[in-house]
Design a protein around this ligand. Sequence first.
Ligand SMILES: [Zn+2]
Length: 468
Amino acid sequence: MEIKLSFLGAAQNVTGSRHLVEIDNLKFLIDCGLFQERQFKTRNWEPFPFAPDTLDAVLLTHAHLDHCGLLPKLAREGFSGRIYCTAATAEIARIILLDSAKIQEEDAEFKRERHRREGRKGPYPEAPLYSVDDARACVPLLSPVKYEKPVEIADGVSATFHDAGHILGSSMVKMNVARNGERRSLLFSGDVGRWDRPILRDPTLFQEADYVVVESTYGDRTHESQGTIEERLAEVVNSTVKAGGNIVIPSFALERSQEVLYYMNELLMGNQIPHLVVFVDSPMAVTVTDVFQQHPELFDEEMTQLIRQRNSPFEFPGLTMVRTVDQSKAINYISGTAMIIAGSGMCTGGRIKYHLVRNISRPESTVLFVGYQAAGTLGRQIVDGAEEVRILGQRHPVRARVAQIHGFSAHADRDELFRWLSSLQEPPRQVFVVHGEAEAARHFAGFVREKTGWNVSVPQYRDEAVLG
Ligand SMILES: [Zn+2]
């Protein structure tokens, strides 16, 4: 039996997850993600290294853009097969892809306008990578599967999706191949979640696999403990209530916003903070929260218990899901302390900018960061202690308290990744470490090699491996 595995993204970098599996004349793609690091964005424009119409199926691990963001391009260029994923992934991917297409169109328009003004041409085409119509056209290809139920994706090839505990609907995918009396299994970790996190179940553990492709985003570090998150959040809320200001939280729509609500609900039920009004002012976060509520079967035991006792973190007293612009504007007229959770997570766009304008120069207010702030973003400037920032074309002195809670990560750290990998009872034939910056991937590969003596490699972009 000969299986060829090609690493077409997330190889010594974090985004653009794409792995091609070829078995005889069959072709399967595991994920089809967007490259998001500035230096790799040109790869989104490269032609696919295979003819999209010759692809038999796509297996999608989860709905993050760096795993699903190139699907509309794949469909536009001829792929018309099934994209297998869980039902929750299909619903969230639809929201994420339509939003991404809208941003692609706006960016192209903005670039066209700027180049016209400056009388020059840029290095990239001024057309969107894909349009909203392209995204809409690829949605019907999403084919929901159930966790733990093998799906026959071709003759002698099956795939099973297992809960990855990373975001709602996220999966690890195991492919089983049977040819001429021989069997091989390939295990793709997708993004590995964490143990004992709110809402989601723990990552699935596996006893055996011949080949493993494992992520390594945080392969070289360990996270802050979870107890600290609640304590830190309580301190921020209590001190801001005392000062009489607002708490403004720039937050990602998917998972992070819901997690903040979970902790707020816990603190309220435990009387660790006073009652206050909480707004989720992000149309995308509100829609994604609806998807959460439609999938209680994906929740862990504690969350299931909360729902059963009618203590849902998505419905606690004082919580408002803001759906309209008028509702958003009305937040201004609230007296006393309000918590406002709004996108975007790095303050690069969305309604958070309006809330920052109103609060960033008030010493009694707090801007609380709960996610990673990339270099060059407004969020990063504020976190780095800028004395003055430019928001919506105006300069604003930073007088509000700036706080940050680490430890909200949806990714396993080095020890958690190893916990996942080391549940295998027999050494796999080969472990491939992907989805991490070169340094993190190499560190993790070395760590695993040292602990187990297994064959571990760190493939590069466009590397191919022939699996026996
Ligand atoms: Zn992810």
